[in-house]
Design a protein around this ligand. Sequence first.
Ligand SMILES: Cc1cc2nc3c(=O)[nH]c(=O)nc-3n(C[C@H](O)[C@H](O)[C@H](O)COP(=O)(O)OP(=O)(O)OC[C@H]3O[C@@H](n4cnc5c(N)ncnc54)[C@H](O)[C@@H]3O)c2cc1C
Length: 548
Amino acid sequence: MTEPRREVDAVVVGAGFAGLYAHYRLRELGLSVQGYEAAADVGGTWWWNRYPGARCDVESMDYSYSFSPELEREWTWSERYATQPEILRYVDHVAERFDLRRDIQFDTRVTAMRWDEPAERWHVSTDQGDEVSAQFCVMATGCLSAPKELDIEGVDAFEGTVLFTSRWPHEGVDLTGQRVGVVGTGSSGIQSIPLIAEQAAHVTVFQRTPNFTMPARNAPLDAETVQARKAHAREHRQAMRDSRAGVVVANPEVSALSVDDDERAARYGTAWEAGTLYAMIASYTDLLVNKEANDTAAEFVRSRIRDVVDDPDVAERLSPRSHPLGTKRPCLDTNYYATFNRDNVTLVDLRATPLVGVTPAGIRTEATEYELDVIVFATGFDAMTGPLLRAGIVGAHGVALAEKWAAGPRTYLGIATAGFPNLFLITGPGSPSVLVNMMVAIEQHVDWIADCIAYLRAEGAESIDATPEAEDEWVEHVNAVASRTLFPTAASWWMGANVPGKPRVFMPYIGGFPQYTGVCDAVAHDDYRGFSVRRASTGERSATAASA
Ligand SMILES: Cc1cc2nc3c(=O)[nH]c(=O)nc-3n(C[C@H](O)[C@H](O)[C@H](O)COP(=O)(O)OP(=O)(O)OC[C@H]3O[C@@H](n4cnc5c(N)ncnc54)[C@H](O)[C@@H]3O)c2cc1C
């Protein structure tokens, strides 16, 4: 690292929904801010993921900012679940409306961040040769922005076209007449396969783990629905923040095992028709804590798969049996299961016939070779920790974040990590993040961070750092809450299980959004309990125990 050439109050890394709102709030506080974004423009997830069928699976009217009532009034979504192009238009509108591109340098990746102890500042370096010194760093790097490294042999030798859903070409791809292989059946695979199948000559779907997916029942939004929501926007937004997952769902009242089969079937039938991510799992109180209860819901979904898919053998291979419903990120789809009734779609079950590798002509399994013109990898992300660990962060005493998190991420509230002063994580591990509507989580984190910085400035404080004791207590709490559920039983990306060698730790906080925000508010109210704050005037650190 060379000497910093410029000083700013804050660096914001990333220009997705989180980064943009961080710019808005920090600028409001009068801070000088430098933003860096690896992509060529704003949008984050919605700039990178342009595959056919990419759309949100939290309803658009909820999956949008709430901080500006004017913005809410003037923007109208066209569909219940907006497509990626529409979401990107929204991000563009927000960036323009609030002049948020001004301080962001695009096509620039932050490659190293070092805490300069004597100066009590971060020294940030980029792949474009920038060297900047900042009092605060806000990591708006996203939970799903670091594509998983491919662990499949032979890809370089493939003579056809290789595509990644997470890096889809901006000019689009014409798959007409092509033999396409899709590897991966997580959310991106499930969204894209039906549309790829409509275009391609043939689609071969390579499935390792079948996922639970529910019909989105997407539709254009009618003017009446939009007006009704806009008229009650404030109350609705508050209800979202007061709900477990950042979307308004009626809370279940009874156990799945306390009602008879007919009543359960009727209830699941209603949830299936609702076309939302959370309706099914919110049907009963115990679906995420009791395997027997969960089996009733899982079997209901499997029965729907059998209803839709003509070939019973294909239906069985599409039926998830290795994890309870809801313990891996569920998906919403349009025509996913029905796509397997098409003549031009083949399902290859990699559990029955494991993948050997990519060959120059296609993909080889232990049973046969599939000749392909195009391979689409929908293989997911090194979630939550990946983007942070790839930013080369080194904290106090020269300790690298990668070293500190070798056995899994450790944070206080998912916002800070001890030994890395003035470094703020947005939707970091240990916060509700990917378990909830992320727009709600992002706004709450950015607001908390902005309030914290305002507090430090008002106090004349130089730096803030989580105490190791507060962090230990929080990590213990996060793990304890998760261990009371079925979540840790699934080999999910929430557990880090999709990345070879990644520590198996349930990363997000499952205690519920209102519970979590209650703790965050109390911590702030109690002069940032569990943090140590160093004030310039005295040079002293003050800290309050987390459980005070
Ligand atoms: C296909 C897809 C669909 C999704 N749908 C939903 C949904 O319906 N509902 C929901 O709640 N969530 C959804 N998510 C999660 C989604 O990621 C979040 O909702 C939200 O967009 C995250 O915003 P963000 O700003 O935190 O992160 P991102 O949008 O991921 O933005 C982070 C940005 O940081 C940049 N960056 C990272 N590291 C660096 C670095 N070192 N230097 C410079 N720049 C860097 C990246 O390039 C990226 O642009 C979806 C995710 C995917 C992948």
